[in-house]
Write a protein that binds this ligand. Sequence first.
Ligand SMILES: Nc1ncnc2c1ncn2[C@@H]1O[C@H](COP(=O)(O)OP(=O)(O)OP(=O)(O)O)[C@@H](O)[C@H]1O
Ligand SMILES: [Mg+2]
Length: 303
Amino acid sequence: MVKHKASRIKTEAIASAAGDGISPRVISVTSGKGGVGKTNIVGSLAMALSRLGQKVMVLDADLGLANIDIIFGIHPAYNIGHVIGGEKTLSEIIVDGPAGIRIIPAGSGFINLTHLTEGQKLSLLSEFETLGDGLDILLIDTSAGISQNVIYFNLAADDCIIVATSEPTSITDAYAMMKVMAVDHGTKYFKLLVNMVKDDQEAKSVYANLSQATDRFLPDVAIEYIGYIPGDELVKKAIKKRKPVLELFPGAEFTKMIEKTAKGIIEWPRRTASDGNIKFFLKRYIDYRVAEAIGSEEEVPKI
Ligand SMILES: Nc1ncnc2c1ncn2[C@@H]1O[C@H](COP(=O)(O)OP(=O)(O)OP(=O)(O)O)[C@@H](O)[C@H]1O
Ligand SMILES: [Mg+2]
């Protein structure tokens, strides 16, 4: 029941966004297994994209401890929960990161979105609407795992990058994520970025592994291999200094591969004529959550 409602909501939301001119691309960066490097990749890609002239915003939806604050050396005092609670406006919680990147600290505030009144929801959506002005890319750093919260961010985004490493558990968990999104929500396209590998060959074997499994068990799913990021000790050095790797080690192989991936992202074709803007991304996300809440109430057996 929830599944049908959710896919109908997505279609309707996309349809209502149609006709919108230039709108930012919303990309979620996600994984099945934790600790595969999502936050590090989001921070680094944001830097690279920004240096390539893109106006980038990061939505920190990672509820873990090692989040984007550490990568950028920032200390946000407020998060989206304060906006929902009416204590702050969206522009008051947005933090400036390096290279002109703006960060929305989401924290656990997003969890309460299902409890918004219609008025609160409309005012939050209209605040988000203004965020899209002059923005090219919104990158979402999700938590790991197939919790509904993560799945909804992935569904609401225009593109979903799955990060995996060559560890068997990371591969099986990446498959599990794709399976839930494909079977329960009809998602057909995924982009795969392989992290912490030696070279392209090792990364391609992760891709081969995953695509063999999807070809066999999820025939409607297409995975696009978008590249790899090498495992590099310099990443840890940069984190210790709370400085982006790209700033500290411009010549490192890690930096080169992040830059290559960022160039690829800029060239991605749009999947639909109009993928909607930030407001519609948030609306899709809220609608999924509300549909889930209604669905679970409906499914409570009546005694
Ligand atoms: N390419 C890399 N080379 C070396 N170390 C890396 C690389 N990518 C990530 N790391 C390290 O791996 C650890 C996990 O990275 P990160 O926090 O970005 O993962 P995550 O997927 O966001 O984790 P979580 O699921 O907890 O949010 C960090 O210590 C980070 O420095
Ligand atoms: Mg993380």
